[in-house]
Each structure stands twice: as structure tokens, then as C-alpha cells.
Design a protein around this ligand. Structure first.
Ligand code: ADX
Length: 179
């Protein structure tokens, strides 16, 4: 059985984590690879709906996802996990716990995320309607040793997805893949 891997997308809300992971997912599926997507907004509606955004709750959120990712990896699945994962200690936990772990920093300046404001949450956070919002009233510690950095202000989503696939091929997680 092929070795599973967790591709962990970290970055600010609106940076492009979900968009890129969906593109990677579709390419992997076309190549008949076993793939699963775990995404912050969806996971928080189901697996972690009891949790909020305090540091302790974010920690629990990430711990549960890491646990599921580990089970999937054990069964040869490529898991694409998209979570802000704002604290270094959380990402270090994932790396230790999951083992087969590729960290991808989806980089986008805060000003650009605020400009995009896809979900309208930055406006609410800036207006004080949402507390503890990452980048506004809660920290985001930049990753210091990600396997890959994707800059979504420089590269298109297609190029970003291609860079992820290329990384997975070069490190023998997959043998090839159609874009
Ligand atoms: S994490 O910090 O625990 O990794 P996660 O990725 O699951 O966060 O959830 C982030 C998503 O929840 C955001 O993209 C946004 O849609 C929503 N959200 C709601 N409130 C907040 C908040 N206070 N901080 C960050 N994201 C929030």
C-alpha cells in the first residue's frame, strides 16, 4: 500500500488554503489516488462544533484533526487539511503526531486578506463584532520551517496547486498526476 501523507495548509483566513486544496484534490482524484479533504469551516460544523476560537479551543480543534489525519495516513490516504493553525506549537504538534506531514504556508499579506474579505468576516472583526479574529485581534505566528510557501498574491491558484503536486511527486508521495 502506498504511504499516506497529510498535506497541512496553514495561513490566514482568506489566504487561499481551501481554494488551492480543492484544486489539488481534483487533480489527485483524476489520478485515482485516495484523497480526503479536512477543511476548517466544514470540520467546525461537524467534528468540532463544540469549539470556539480561544487558544485552548483552537488547540483542541487541531488535535482532533491531527488524530483523524493520522488514521487516514495509516490507511494510505492523502489528506489535505486546511486550517489557520495560527500557533507554532500547534503546527509542531501536528508534525510530531502525524509523522508523514507536509506543511504548506499559504502566504498572503493581512491587508490583501482584508481587501478580499471573501466571507465578510474581516469587516466584522474590524468593527468589533467578532472577537479573537486571527490577524485582527488574535495572533498568527508565521511558519518558520514549512516544506513549501505559496504566495497567493504572486502566483495564480493553478500555479500554486501545481507547486503542491510537484512537491508530492519530487518527494515520492505520488508518482505522477494530471493537473
Ligand atoms: S484554527 O485557528 O482552529 O486553525 P480554523 O481553520 O479551524 O481555525 O477555522 C477558521 C475559519 O473559521 C475561518 O476561515 C473563518 O471562516 C472562521 N472564523 C470564525 N471566527 C473566527 C475567528 N475568531 N478567528 C479565525 N477564524 C474564524
Amino acid at each position: 500500500m502506498r504511504k499516506g501523507v497529510t498535506v497541512w495548509f496553514t495561513g490566514l483566513s482568506g489566504a487561499g488554503k481551501t481554494t488551492i486544496s480543492k484544486m489539488v484534490e481534483s487533480s489527485l482524484r483524476k489520478s485515482d489516488l485516495k484523497v480526503e479533504v479536512l477543511d476548517g469551516d466544514a470540520v467546525r460544523q461537524h467534528l468540532t462544533s463544540d469549539l470556539g476560537f480561544s487558544k485552548a479551543d483552537r488547540q483542541k480543534n487541531i488535535e482532533r484533526v491531527a488524530f483523524v489525519s493520522k488514521l487516514l495516513a495509516r490507511n494510505g490516504v492523502i489528506t489535505l487539511a486546511s486550517f489557520i493553525t495560527p500557533y507554532k506549537e500547534m503546527r509542531d504538534f501536528c508534525r510530531r503526531e502525524i509523522g508523514s506531514y507536509v506543511e504548506i504556508y499559504v502566504k498572503c499579506p493581512l491587508e490583501e486578506c482584508i481587501r478580499r474579505d471573501v466571507k465578510g468576516l474581516y469587516k466584522k472583526a474590524l468593527d468589533g463584532e467578532i472577537q479573537q479574529f486571527t490577524g485582527i485581534s488574535d495572533p498568527f505566528e508565521e511558519p518558520d520551517r514549512p516544506e513549501l510557501v505559496l504566495d497567493t498574491t504572486e502566483d495564480s491558484k493553478e500555479i500554486c496547486a501545481a507547486k503542491v503536486l510537484d512537491y508530492l511527486i519530487r518527494h515520492s508521495y505520488i508518482s505522477g498526476c494530471r493537473p
